[in-house]
Design a protein around this ligand. Structure first.
Ligand SMILES: Cc1cc2nc3c(=O)[nH]c(=O)nc-3n(C[C@H](O)[C@H](O)[C@H](O)COP(=O)(O)OP(=O)(O)OC[C@H]3O[C@@H](n4cnc5c(N)ncnc54)[C@H](O)[C@@H]3O)c2cc1C
Length: 420
């Protein structure tokens, strides 16, 4: 990657070069702003690297808290692969969990779905537009992903839930065991069927996609500093970011630091109900002759298998644990035998699995908009389970707001003042 020497003064400094920061930078640049991007790593090497690779326009209903007692108990007792609690963390996150549970009541969840739909429904089109500009169209696969079920009852429930999405025009096919095997010949015959979600795009190298978008930003004159973003100061007139050997100045700053965004927001005096849901992945080579054509979510097993550039990526569900505490690989270890039964996996490719954190707000909406108490400070974070999906559309919306254009959708559902 070409790293240009920093202009001291720019219109905007974007903090964070994950999918969200890079897309914000690109969209601002397209609207005539000079933009400097800052990250302590190269673009796309944190959460935006490690996800399951779904550009998930069929997830209309946000992932709310379960309401059934049995499921809650299973989760609470850590008897489920899809959720694990570090109980010592509970006192810290109890208020968040309570709020999340309240926001997951059916009526509120429906409202969250309709608030998120303007973003979700454009997600694939916005990726396609950026990918085309970046010469990265071949990185987006348009064959959807498959949710598989081991129990007839689970399949029936999923069928009904998919039917409820009819008003949104989401396309899917219900598969019986035979048609599932036609699409995925090497999948175990333990599955009774599945739902093939046809509209989502999938990516086999999510970090690589972010790098392609970042390259387009650099080719158009955008600059990048590999540096720490913590030393952000407002001198009353403009923003200053002190780097080791120089300072960057700008009238406006965007905080797009994903799971680390709250650190900077807190330092500036904003106390947000922000929690991370950690997740893990590890890659496997497939046994000779076995291929996985689509990402497959084993809904009864609680993990995803995605075909990736590195191999088959086994990605876990949610872990509630402090962002920076030591990894606990028990969810991976728990699902690995099941995953091996599901698909002919060979050995692990990495000696140490990857761990990352989904940045989450309890009402399941991101924050996209201005920080109410600072002129020129903007936030773009909290994209939950769908940051890869929502990066480009977030970039468009924020850039439209920052440049005084008519926003393509009403941004109020994502405003920060909903938490004040
Ligand atoms: C296991 C798992 C599976 C997932 N699957 C999917 C999926 O299939 N589809 C989907 O849409 N989403 C998925 N997600 C969620 C998605 O990956 C995230 O929502 C998204 O990547 C967040 O992007 P971001 O740009 O906000 O954060 P990040 O990609 O984490 O970017 C933040 C950047 O800030 C930088 N940074 C942090 N602190 C500093 C600092 N002090 N100074 C300088 N730089 C700093 C980091 O280096 C990083 O590059 C998944 C997440 C996990 C964990």
């Amino acid at each position: 990657m070409i790293v240009k020497s920093a202009a001291q003064q720019s219109d905007v400094i974007v903090l964070g070069a994950g999918i969200v920061g890079v897309c914000v930078a690109l969209h601002l640049q397209k609207r005539g702003k000079s933009v400097v991007l800052v990250d302590r790593k190269e673009p796309g090497e944190e959460t935006s690297y490690g996800n399951a690779g779904l550009i998930e326009c069929s997830s209309v209903m946000p992932y709310g808290a379960p309401r059934e007692l049995g499921t809650l108990l299973r989760y609470g007792l850590n008897r489920s692969a899809d959720v694990r609690f570090d109980w010592s963390y509970l006192p810290q996150i109890a208020p968040w969990l309570w709020r999340f549970w309240r926001e997951s009541a059916p009526k509120r969840l429906k409202k969250a779905a309709s608030d998120m739909w303007p973003l979700i429904s454009r997600s694939v089109a916005e990726h396609e537009a950026l990918a085309s500009e970046a010469g990265a169209t071949s990185e987006l696969h348009r064959s959807g992903w498959i949710e598989t079920f081991r129990k007839p009852g689970s399949l029936a429930k999923a069928k009904a839930a998919a039917g409820d999405l009819a008003p949104f025009g989401v396309r899917y096919e219900v598969l019986d065991a035979d048609s599932l095997r036609e699409r995925e010949p090497h999948l175990s015959n333990e599955f009774v069927g599945g739902v093939h979600w046809l509209d989502p795009a999938t990516v086999r190298d999510p970090g690589g996609l972010v790098k392609s978008y970042a390259k387009a930003f650099f080719q158009r004159g955008g600059t990048f500093h590999k540096a720490d973003a913590s030393n952000l100061v407002n001198d009353g007139i403009r923003w200053r970011l002190n780097l080791e050997s120089q300072s960057l100045f700008a009238q406006e700053v965007v905080v797009a630091l994903g799971p680390w965004a709250d650190d900077v927001a807190r330092r500036l005096g904003y106390r947000l109900p922000f929690v991370v849901k950690r997740g893990y992945h590890v890659h496997y080579s497939a046994k000779a002759g076995a291929t996985l054509n689509h990402p497959v979510f084993d809904a009864d097993g609680g993990y995803v298998l995605s075909p990736m550039r590195q191999g088959v990526r086994l990605a876990t569900g949610i872990e509630f644990a402090p962002r920076d505490s030591r990894p606990n690989f028990s969810q991976l270890d728990f699902v690995e035998p099941l995953a091996r039964r599901t698909f002919p996996l060979q050995g692990r490719i990495e000696s140490e699995p990857w761990m990352g954190s989904r940045p989450c707000l309890p009402d399941m909406r991101p924050i996209i908009g201005n920080a109410p108490r600072h002129k020129g400070l903007w936030f773009a974070f909290g994209h939950n389970h769908h940051g890869l999906t929502l990066g480009p559309v977030t970039g468009r919306l924020l850039a439209e707001m920052m440049t005084g254009r008519v926003a393509f959708t009403d941004p109020r559902p994502y405003a920060m003042d909903r938490f004040s």
